[in-house]
Each structure stands twice: as C-alpha cells, then as structure tokens.
Design a protein around this ligand. Sequence first.
Ligand code: NOJ
Length: 557
Amino acid sequence: MSNKWWGQVAYQIYPKSFCDSNGDGIGDLQGIISKLDYLKDLGVKLVWLSPIFKSPFVDQGYDIADYQAIDPTFGTMEDFDELLAKAKERGISIILDLVINHCSSEHEWFKKACADLNSEEAKYFYIREGKNGCPPDNLRSYFGGSVWEKLPGHENEDLWYLHYFCKEQPDLNWYYEPLRQKLYEMINFWLEKGVAGFRIDAIMNIAKDLTFPGLPADAPDGMCSAAKMTAKLSDEAATFLHEMNNATFKKHGAISVAEAFGVNPESLSNYIGKDGFFSTIFDFSARELNEKYPACYRYRPVSIAKWRDTIFASQERVNDIGFMCPIIENHDEPRGVSYYLPRHAQNADGAKAFGAVNVLLRGMPFIYQGQEIGMTNTRFDSIYEFDDVAAKDNYKVALEAGLSERQALDILNIESRDNARTPVLWSDEKNAGFSSAQITWLKVHQDYKNLNVRAQQNDPDSTLAFYQKLIALKNNEPYHDILTDGKFVALEPQAEYVVPFARELNGKQIQVIANFEDSAIVHKVTPNAQVVLSSKSVEIKDNQIIIPAVCAVVIAL
Ligand code: NOJ
C-alpha cells in the first residue's frame, strides 16, 4: 500500500463535548489544545475534528454558514492556527469535516438565492416548482418530513428548495460547475493552511436525478427515504468525486476519509483503490444493518455475532482493493459497548475486548472520544434532555406510531445520537472536569465519578491503559508492518459471541481472539505461539489458551 496514512490510528473529536476552556458549557479549540498531550500519550497520529465552522448549530455544525470562518463558540482562526502548530509539534495531524452536500440556510449563498431567483447563487441550490400543489417528489428527508420546503420569501408561490437533511440544510447543486470550483477553492484554502485532509460528510448524496421522479413509497406516509435514491445513483457521483480529488486532495497529498453510505460494492476500487478518489472510507456495514428500518421505533438489536459476520465480510471484500476505517461508534451512533455487546459485557472488560478488535482489524481505525475509557450510553430521563434534531423527530414519529412516552424514551436511550455526544469524562470533579459552567450543553454521563480519564490514568489495568498498549502495538515494530499491511483472515468462531481473526504477512500471523461469551473458551495454537497482549491474564499450556469470559488475546505465530 503506497498510501502514507495507512498504518495510523485516528481519533475523532466532537468539539462541543471534548473540553471547555472558557466555562460556557461548550467545548472549544483551547480546550482541545489543553488535551493534546493526552492524545499524544494515547498514541494517535491523526485527529478528525467534527465541524468547527460558523454555524447556527441546528444540526450541530453540519449546517455551515461560512466555510472559511471558525464559529466564535469554538474560538478564533488564531486558536485554530495554534492548534495546528501545537498538534504538529506532537506528531499529530488534523483533519477537518467537509460538509459539502449542503450548507446552512444562514449561508449568504442561500440568503442571496432566496432574495433574487435570477442571482448566481440561486443556481447553487435546487429550486423547483411543485407538482399539482405538492412538492416536486415524494422523498423523505433523513431527519423526517419531505426533502422539499417552500422557498423562504416565496411562500405564496409554488417554489420549493431541496434539503436531504434538515430544512435548515439546503442541498448544494453539484451539477453547477462554478459552484464546484468555489468548493474546491475552499478545500484548497484549508489544505494550504496545513490541515492534513478531510473527513467528507454525506458525500454520496451529491448525485441527484434532476428530473426528481421520486420513488415508490416505503412507509404509510407515502414517502420514500432519500437514502434509497442516493443508493440508486451511487455511480453517478463518481465523475464529481474524481474531479474534486484532482482539483484538491491529490495536489496536496491530503488524506480523504469519506462517509460514503450506499457505495455499490462493485465500484469500491474507484473509491478506495490505488487511484481511487478517496484515501479510504468508513466501514459502516454494521450500522447499515439497521438502516433497513427507517423509523427508530422499529429498531432491532444487532448482536456482536451479527456485527462480526458483517464486518468480516467487508474486511474480506476490500483485502485486495484498499482499506476501510474500522469504527465502533461515532457522533451519529450510540456507544458501541452498549449497543452491540451482550449485557454481561457492557463494562470495562467488554470495552477492552472490543477495543482490541477495533484497533487491530485491517484499515485505519478511528477511536471516538471517550471510547478509549469505555464510555457507555448516557441515561436520559426526559425528551427535554435531548438536543439532537434526529432524536426529537424519532421521538415524535414513535409517539405518532402509538408508542408511549416511556417506550419512545427507552428506545432513544438505546439508539439516539446524543448517547455519544455527551461530554468527555475527564475527572470526578464538577461536570466531570469537562467545564466549569453551571450547566453543560448536553448532560454529563451518570457514571462520571468512577468512569473518567483521571481515574484510569492512575490504573495500569484500566481501559485507557489497554487502549494505549493496543495503539503502541500497532504503531511500533515488530508488529507495525503485519498490523498495517497484513491481510485480514477470518477465523472460525469457537462460540456465538467470539470475534476471532488473524492478520497475515510474509508467512507470519497475528491472531486476535475476542471472547464476549460469559464463560471461558479454549483456543488451540501451534507450538511457536506467543501471547503479545491480553486484556486479562492468560497463559499458553499444551498448545492451547484458556481465554476467560469477556477478554481479548493477541497472539503472534
Ligand atoms: C453525517 C453527519 O455525521 C451527521 O452528524 C449529520 O447530521 C449529517 N451527515 C448531515 O450533515
């Protein structure tokens, strides 16, 4: 693999919840700067910041009002420059979030478009007449309701604009070449500043069928999920993505990590192959298991066995093509330990074993803030404690479908995006050391007195200490090469909740056996086997290892 990023471990920061330096209850850039040594000690080399740009925060910064300005909530451009420089001193590269399927309705482009339909900016958006008094098509937005909204200032006319996400996130018209050039200039502005690259948001949605034909309804509301249209058009985005790569990332040797749901598996090499338009994409295959059920209230649990089979299939699919980024969770997911693991493993033991799988699978793993200390879902006691636009819509839809408030709340406590958006737990002090404010923007996790960074820094057996060891194993020889370039090989699970795989290179093998069962399993090995890391103490005897309940073992052969 020639990609220079290959072989690193990356970390996602959700800035609102990472660390608050000025006591307003919201995380900020100076807060991140104050934790750079923590990230360095953890061993991560690449940090993705979720959006820090000027925004009204209807969708927490994924609604951008100015692509080249830092939102004052987070600080200033000087703070950002300081962050870049200080991260670099510590060997850490920064990547930003590139949200270019849509902007904010507060962006001056959209304001100008609404003010003058003949303006240049009006061409940046999809503004269309309705059909027989109805919106132009029947697609349902990702956050509920139609993807069409009446154009502000033109409510008495039959004029609608397209938004696949919130109505405050109008979609940008990628079919208009001058707009694409503007976006590329903006990307190059940040790359010239020294960011290492981007995580690219919702990018598959840029392909549209400009006849807006709609799709057969997939629910009683008569609408069809916009995701289905995106999946249908997946190959259509390729020309734009190729052009964008040539005009931006490629010129700068930048890393591009795409959030690309619905890529046609046959086209994967165009995305992440040697000459692909992206360096890599996230592996969302486990997440997609639930996408079949558009409404949250129809949520189905995904067991670790299902997770394993799904992730193993996608690891095998890309072995000879490129690499994907393994994740357990992110700011759009509940905490993986709570969501995928059986109840008896929803604890530090489970977090460590799951961490071993995440870090040692083939690809560049992303660790989401707080995952490295084993954060679980936060308990929300009322709908008023949620902030997320999707959570609120899901709650409403669940009530409309006849669920009680209690039932709807229970589901959000399992499924909601806010589960992983609550503040990072730094200590057992006020607000878990995240902020000195009276109230934080989202509530603090209930277990912060025991579950926090400071407690774990003093404990060699902590989840944090184990993550440090895992990352060090991947970063350094003698195992860096095999854990980077080694082929993924699925091993036969000894029991239902066991995740066993190997990495192979030049006749050598590293095996990772993660046992999530509530009892020990026996794993047979060859006489040359050595345990290089394990989350509980184990020994090899008579060519076998007894792996205790909820434990991961890394073996070199
Ligand atoms: C994906 C982001 O991760 C999510 O948080 C956001 O709501 C949507 N894209 C829209 O930008």
